[in-house]
Design a protein around this ligand. Structure first.
Ligand SMILES: C[S@@+](CC[C@H](N)C(=O)[O-])C[C@H]1O[C@@H](n2cnc3c(N)ncnc32)[C@H](O)[C@@H]1O
Length: 241
């Protein structure tokens, strides 16, 4: 399936994310996975992008990194096991101990149906006693970063401009990218992320095979609430009697 977004911006993505401390983020994910008490869990990262997080995790987990954008995945290190796939339609027959995605990736699931599909396919690939983690960007995060994400720059001969706009009535956060290459070619990408209400996630999860085991303010072990900027969900599978 052709990637609708993250095709051309793969070229500049590592530069745009240079201020993100992926090592620290990986340590947080590792700490959360510690609950499994498995020395080297069989793990799947969804929407791994350029594998910036995976590169700090692959020695600690038996890890497969996935994303539906081939150009993004291709930027990942050769040592990583990478699979190009849509996180709402996972192609794996094996069951994982641990499935996770980070950095707002689930906000790309712009409808309730897509979100439920995401939960369903993850359930099909997770062991009964496994853990499923994802973080979500909430409205306060959109409000805080909207202005900061209006930026421009130049890297590897590519001039880029990002415009960011959050629409509170549709609850869509738009990020528009314009890239101009040295040869004068211009490419544009529009990214749309749905900013669901905090409570909506609980409603969606109620309709799935999962329950919310924990929900933290991201990077902490404190409970999240509707004012949280980024929430870290930790799901477990419901027991079938
Ligand atoms: C904000 S980036 C995060 C990438 C990576 N997790 C990181 O922290 O750098 C969002 C990623 O989600 C991927 N993505 C969006 N929708 C997807 C889908 N339905 N299936 C798989 N990947 C998806 C995009 O290709 C992109 O790489």
């Amino acid at each position: 399936m052709p990637a609708k977004t993250y095709s051309t911006i793969a070229e500049i993505y590592p530069h745009m994310m240079r201020s993100i401390d992926y090592r620290q983020w990986a340590d947080y994910i590792l700490e959360l996975s510690g609950e499994l008490e498995i020395k080297k869990p069989f793990a799947l990262e969804l929407a791994a992008g350029t594998c910036s997080l995976s590169k700090f995790l692959w020695k600690k987990m038996n890890l497969i990194s996935s994303d539906y954008s081939h150009p993004m995945l291709r930027k990942g290190e050769e040592t990583l096991q990478r699979v190009c796939c849509d996180m709402t339609l996972l192609p794996f027959k094996n069951k994982f101990d641990f499935i996770f995605s980070t950095f707002d990736s689930v906000n790309y699931l712009a409808t309730k149906e897509k979100f439920l599909k995401y939960l369903r396919t993850a359930s099909g690939c997770l062991k009964d006693d496994g853990l499923f983690l994802f973080d979500v960007s909430l409205e306060n995060n959109s409000k805080k970063f909207e202005r900061y994400l209006n930026r421009r720059g130049k890297v590897n001969g590519i001039t880029y401009q990002q415009r960011s706009l959050y629409n509170p009535s549709s609850r869509i956060h738009y990020n528009h990218f314009r890239l101009t290459f040295d040869d004068g070619r211009t490419v544009e990408e529009m990214h749309k992320q749905k900013i669901y209400r905090f409570e909506e996630y609980f409603d969606f999860i109620d309709k799935s095979d999962f329950y919310v085991h924990k929900c933290y303010k991201a990077f902490t072990f404190k409970n999240a609430d509707p004012e949280t900027e980024r929430a870290q969900f930790i799901l477990k599978k419901k027991k079938i009697c």
